[in-house]
Design a protein around this ligand. Sequence first.
Ligand code: 13P
Ligand code: SF4
Length: 317
Amino acid sequence: VEATPEWAQEVRRLARERNATILAHNYQLPEIQDVADHVGDSLALSRIAAEAEEGTIVFCGVHFMAETAKILSPAKTVLIPDQRAGCSLADSISADELRAWKAEHPGAMVVSYVNTTAEVKALTDICCTSSNAVDVVESIDPDREVLFLPDQFLGAHVKRETGRENMHIWAGECHVHAGINGDELTEQARTHPDAELFVHPECGCATSALYLAGEGAFPAERVHILSTGGMIDAAKASHSNQVLVATEIGMLHQLRKAAPGIDFQAVNDRASCKYMKMITPAALLRCLVEGADEVHVDLAMAEAGRASVQRMIAIGN
Ligand code: 13P
Ligand code: SF4
């Protein structure tokens, strides 16, 4: 199946017929982004899913995102074009591991990145995304211990921003972002001396970029640690000619649309998430024709996780 104008028309027609809204994450293939009703980061899409008037949500993203939509709106039908679209970061902590960690820190507040399974969310006090993680941690009583999971690099970023000492960080990582390393970033920053740097906090190099800037390798003002939605806002406000982007390469499509005058370059052009890319034009068409794959979350588990997700969508922007 090719992403032709006829394909796009058929997708739109089937979505209308099903009374469905199509949501696409910023890391989706360009043709999927272009056919969707809404494109955004994890937080924006969760908010849109919670408020959608349509009875069906077609989530073009990875499984935990569709699951989060189902937790927020259990009465809606939530479809994902390919349910095998997982997430290596969500897989880096299990519910049993979290239970054991909580037992070691009784009374601690559990802050989980939205990149987690429904089972882990059910054991969580507040979820967050990369765009509101700092606000979420700042909303917690400073005397209370915090367990932050599962991403170690986002955790390090939040700890740096909040200066919080009583925060324990799980050692998980996203294989795509962890692979965008400090050496590549330094080399790119050195060979593009006028470019700004947009760095996603899940990157292994987010910490080293700030460290290198602190060492005088390049000016700290050039480095911006941003969620994918934050990158779009920053691109619109930027006066630079060139921006180096450290995140999954699907991001470049929305950035180029948001600021056509800027030359956006990937720090690592092999940083592609194979799970995000499972949502192909063929998969989306099949999903709308067959009404599959449907996302189910056990009712009791959804009940248990809902408050943590609702706190997430209420905090920060
Ligand atoms: P955001 O869209 O919240 O920045 O998340 C990035 C991500 O890795 C999702 O998988
Ligand atoms: Fe998960 Fe990383 Fe893919 Fe995002 S880019 S969905 S965190 S594996």
